[in-house]
Design a binder for this molecule. Structure first.
Ligand SMILES: NC(=O)c1ccc[n+]([C@@H]2O[C@H](COP(=O)([O-])OP(=O)(O)OC[C@H]3O[C@@H](n4cnc5c(N)ncnc54)[C@H](OP(=O)(O)O)[C@@H]3O)[C@@H](O)[C@H]2O)c1
Length: 192
C-alpha cells in the first residue's frame, strides 16, 4: 500500500514543502500504525520549517507536531490497542503524512466521535497552556492572569483553561484579532 507525506529538504518558507509518494511504513516491534485523520498546523511547525525553532529536526524531515488518527495496524509486542481505535500523539515531527508509525507509549486514547480537526487542536496548544498554568504558574482560583498573544492557539487555550480553573483571565492581541475573535473575548472586558 502506498501513501503520501510532506517532506522539508532544506529550511525556508512554504515553498520548501514537497509531497512524496512512497510505500506505507510498517510498524516495527512495539509500534502502532495510525491512519492520520488530522495533523495540527502550528506556529512551531513553521518555525521548525524555517530552521529557527529550538527543536528543529534535521533535514530531510516530515513536519507535523501532533496528530489524531485511527489505529490501522499493530506491531508485535503491542498490548492495549485495538484496530479502529481513535488515538492522539505528539511526536514533534512526522505528522504531515497519511500513515504514521510510532512506539505505542507515544499514543493516548481519544474518545470516538469527536471532530478530528477540533480534537487535534487540543494536543499541543492545550498541553502547553495546561503545563504553564498548572505546573509553572500554579494558578489558584480567584487570581488574575494576563496573557500576551491571547488570540493564538496557545493563548486561546490559556483563556479557556484559566477560566475553568476559576482564574480571572485577561489577554492582549491586535485589534484585528480581537475583532475576529469577538465572540471568544469581548474587547475591554475580562474573560471570566
Ligand atoms: N514550549 C512549548 O511547548 C510550546 C508549544 C506551543 C507553542 N509554543 C510557543 O508559544 C508561542 C505561541 O504559539 P502559538 O502556536 O499560540 O502561535 P499563534 O497561534 O501563531 O499565535 C501567535 C500569537 O502571537 C501574537 N503575535 C504575533 N506577532 C506578534 C508581535 N510582533 N507582537 C505581539 N504579539 C504578536 C499574535 O497576536 P495577533 O493575532 O493579535 O497578531 C497571536 O496571538 C510561540 O512562541 C510558540 O513557539 C511553545
Amino acid at each position: 500500500m502506498r501513501h503520501t507525506r510532506i517532506i522539508v529538504t532544506h529550511y525556508g518558507g512554504p515553498d520548501t514543502i514537497q509531497v512524496v509518494e512512497e510505500e506505507c511504513p510498517e510498524p516495527k516491534h512495539g509500534e502502532v500504525r495510525v491512519r492520520v485523520l488530522a495533523a495540527g498546523v502550528s506556529l512551531p511547525d513553521g518555525l521548525a520549517r524555517e530552521g529557527v525553532h529550538p527543536e528543529t529536526p534535521r533535514v530531510p524531515y516530515t513536519p507535523g507536531w501532533d496528530l489524531l488518527g485511527i489505529v490501522d495496524q499493530i506491531g508485535e509486542g503491542v498490548s492495549g490497542f485495538e484496530l479502529g481505535q481513535t488515538v492522539a500523539a505528539m511526536p514533534i515531527s512526522g505528522c504531515y503524512a497519511q500513515y504514521v508509525c510510532l512506539p505505542q507509549r507515544k499514543f493516548v486514547p481519544v474518545p470516538a466521535g469527536l471532530d478530528p480537526a477540533e480534537a487535534v487542536a487540543v494536543v499541543l496548544n492545550y498541553i502547553t497552556a495546561y503545563q504553564m498554568l498548572d505546573r509553572s504558574a500554579k494558578v489558584k482560583p480567584g487570581q488574575r492572569v494576563l496573557i500576551h498573544g491571547a488570540s493564538g492557539g496557545v493563548g486561546t487555550a490559556f483563556l479557556q483553561l484559566g477560566r475553568l480553573a476559576g482564574v480571572e483571565m485577561y489577554g492582549t492581541c491586535s485589534a484585528q484579532a480581537a475583532e475576529d475573535n469577538s465572540l471568544c473575548f469581548p474587547a475591554s472586558q475580562p474573560y471570566s
